[in-house]
Design a protein around this ligand. Structure first.
Ligand code: FE2
Length: 167
């Protein structure tokens, strides 16, 4: 007889979740004078079930700056400068190691060639396209729209936040 052990996660309530992402034209708000301060950045807290949610616009990938030695290096390696579309998160809760991560869109044309080598299988998000109208809770959302469900897993430990400025 074979046995499988399934380890169920314990929800983490009250975690602070910072999220940020690039715009539909591939720019962060601090790079784009057309965007308001803190646009596409948010801070949330997980509920009693360890969940949080938000509504936003769909991000796209972007090129990293290539005006320095980085550009020459990429050219010498015959590589493009693009990062696939992704959602950043920084999750903080005392008693857990700070989780800083990115979730990637598997449909991005550069998902297999991220210039920063940041994509791993565990970081691929399930971005599900919906071509029907959104449920009544969000009546102004036009099709197509996307949903992303992703589970962040935190590890017990000391919660040490990075000190800005982060370079
Ligand atoms: Fe990014």
């Amino acid at each position: 007889m074979r046995a499988w052990w399934i380890r169920l996660g314990r929800p983490i309530a009250g975690a602070e979740v910072d999220v940020w992402h690039a715009s539909p034209v591939g720019l962060y708000e601090n790079q784009d004078p057309e965007q308001a301060e803190y646009n596409l950045r948010g801070k949330f807290a997980t509920d009693a079930d360890g969940r949080f949610w938000f509504r936003t616009v769909k991000m796209v990938g972007y090129p990293i700056p290539t005006h320095t030695v980085v550009g020459r290096l990429l050219k010498a390696q015959d590589r493009h400068p693009y990062r696939p579309a992704h959602l950043h998160a920084l999750i903080f809760k005392p008693g857990f190691k700070v989780l800083i991560s990115q979730v990637y869109d598997p449909h991005d044309p550069n998902i297999d060639s991220d210039v920063q080598f940041g994509v791993t299988k565990a970081l691929i998000g399930d971005f599900v396209r919906h071509d029907e109208p959104h449920p009544a809770a969000e009546p102004d959302v036009q099709a197509p729209w996307y949903a992303l469900d992703y589970v962040y897993v935190m590890e017990s430990g000391e919660a040490v936040l990075p000190r800005p400025p982060i370079k």
